[in-house]
Design a protein around this ligand. Structure first.
Ligand SMILES: NC(=O)c1ccc[n+]([C@@H]2O[C@H](COP(=O)([O-])OP(=O)(O)OC[C@H]3O[C@@H](n4cnc5c(N)ncnc54)[C@H](OP(=O)(O)O)[C@@H]3O)[C@@H](O)[C@H]2O)c1
Length: 266
């Protein structure tokens, strides 16, 4: 039932999904499509079948993974005619609601998901929600698919734009934080390559301590701060900035923008 899967629009996200799932042999047969096939020839070495024929890809798949840009969704889905039928359709297209997808595929079992760029290294934070006609087996399949690409949670569709503004955009916020730390290292004379590696490693290491339940974030701070030491001097300076409020406003604004864009598909 979930033996074959096609990825329609194998760009940055879809290409990475194809590569990771093929290496994990997640399904028996994987097909990837895009118009410029030269850009996905590399997938053939993982055993992925590539084609620019979306209809053929869908007809030969149990599961359809849609990862084209929002502006291409209408044209791509209408080009499929009735090929989708009642297949499982998983869309990662930002801002496009289940109701819009079902307009083109009324019988499809639909999943709307929001991964992020960290999917490229198998560390995505993905949220997903379902149309009302999915089965328990569909739910299990989708959960294990997104777990294979990182961490994943089922959420209500009404929260999807909040996650888009938070975890979808999140890698950009963390990249800015890493860049700022990198410059801070330069300011105190640390060589460029070491400062950048250190900033990224700090984000990964601290993230793992907290994500893996080794320490609460407050404990991380407590363990590093000593009376009249160096860290308290650094924190004292940081607390005088607008960093926390700035992050809240950034996520709130990004969420509102997601709401605006979603209204285009109502
Ligand atoms: N990038 C992110 O961080 C991120 C995070 C979460 C969600 N998303 C969502 O994921 C989706 C893909 O994003 P992306 O960053 O991977 O974009 P992308 O690299 O531009 O990938 C989209 C792909 O769709 C292909 N395409 C366009 N028309 C097509 C058609 N008619 N048939 C087959 N393929 C077609 C394009 O290739 P050709 O031009 O060669 O056809 C392109 O490679 C978007 O909807 C985005 O909202 C992205």
């Amino acid at each position: 039932m979930y033996r074959s899967m096609c990825i329609i629009g194998a760009g940055v996200i879809g290409g990475a999904v194809a590569r990771i799932l093929a290496r994990k042999r997640f399904v028996d047969r994987l097909i990837a499509t895009r118009r410029n096939l030269d850009k996905i020839r590399y997938l053939e070495k993982y055993g992925v079948v590539i084609t620019d024929d979306n209809v053929w890809a869908v007809e030969n798949s149990d599961v359809v993974f849609l990862s084209v840009k929002p502006t291409n969704v209408g044209e791509v889905l209408s080009g499929l005619g009735g090929a989708l039928g009642d297949k499982l359709l998983i869309s990662v297209v930002a801002g496009v609601p289940i109701s819009y997808l079902r307009r083109y595929a009324p019988d499809a079992r639909v999943v709307r998901a929001m991964p992020n760029l960290c999917l490229l290294v198998g560390e995505s934070f993905t949220v997903y929600c379902f149309s009302d006609n999915v089965s328990e087996a569909d739910r299990d399949f989708v959960s294990s698919l997104f777990q294979a690409l990182g961490m994943a949670y089922e959420v209500d569709e009404g929260m999807l734009n909040a996650y888009t503004g938070y975890t979808g955009s999140g890698p950009a916020y963390i990249a800015i934080f890493i860049e700022a730390l990198f410059y801070a290292g330069l300011k105190v004379g640390i060589p460029r390559d070491i400062s950048l590696a250190a900033a990224a490693q700090l984000a990964i290491g601290t993230g793992r301590l907290i994500r893996d339940g080794k320490m609460h974030y407050s404990e991380v701070k407590e363990r590093v701060v000593t009376p009249a030491g160096t860290t308290i001097e650094g924190i004292f300076e940081l607390e005088s900035t607008d960093m926390r409020r700035g992050l809240m406003k950034a996520v709130e604004k990004a969420t509102r923008r997601g709401d605006e864009l979603s209204r285009l598909f109502k």
